[in-house]
Design a protein around this ligand. Sequence first.
Ligand SMILES: C[S@@+](CC[C@H](N)C(=O)[O-])C[C@H]1O[C@@H](n2cnc3c(N)ncnc32)[C@H](O)[C@@H]1O
Length: 212
Amino acid sequence: MHPQRKYSLPAVPVTKEGIKIYERDLGLNVRSLRGKAVLDIGAGYGKFQEECQELGIPVIALDPVYRNPKKVSECFEAYLKVARNRRNKIVGINETLPFRENSFDVVLSNCSSFHYLYLNYPRNRRYEMAKEMFEEIIRILKPSGEARICKVRQRSKDRIIYDTALKKIAKQSYPNISWKFVTIVISRKLDGKKSFGFEEYLVLHKLAKGVH
Ligand SMILES: C[S@@+](CC[C@H](N)C(=O)[O-])C[C@H]1O[C@@H](n2cnc3c(N)ncnc32)[C@H](O)[C@@H]1O
């Protein structure tokens, strides 16, 4: 694990997505999570966690905003008011995950640490931080585990940063990983008009030993 980092909360827009959006934007089938150890990084309100809980699928939610409601900004206090169920909500950041290695079958990150890399860190530190965040996810994933991360911002350098960081990790420390970027078409309704846009998510596999 990396030494504890100081973390100041960024001005991240508040969202409160549940199963429907997680399934769409991460290419996920929630029923496949049954019986698995699941972590949601940057879970925010924890709506996804609550909806999974209702289906009998426990999910650990991690977010820096669970730290101390008194110290966070008004917008983050709102998170805590809505977060009715504080059980399985853990304070933490992707850069330093407070879990032992090989702890989770599935790690999810919807519109969170990677998406806000550009808000949290200056341009010259994004590569280093992306690498650190991937290393942490891979460390806590069990062999055969997978991570799903979105949104990979299109028309930005993020995708190149992620790919380069993962190539370096695969070369240096974890030769047993594989990953792919998946493009999806999202339809939106804006001012009563339907439009389409492309988005990407990343699927990362930590392969069992001996599998290449
Ligand atoms: C836009 S919200 C998304 C919340 C939830 N995943 C959803 O889809 O509704 C982004 C969340 O990411 C969290 N976040 C930002 N940077 C993070 C980091 N480095 N590690 C963990 N969480 C982070 C923020 O605190 C915020 O709650």
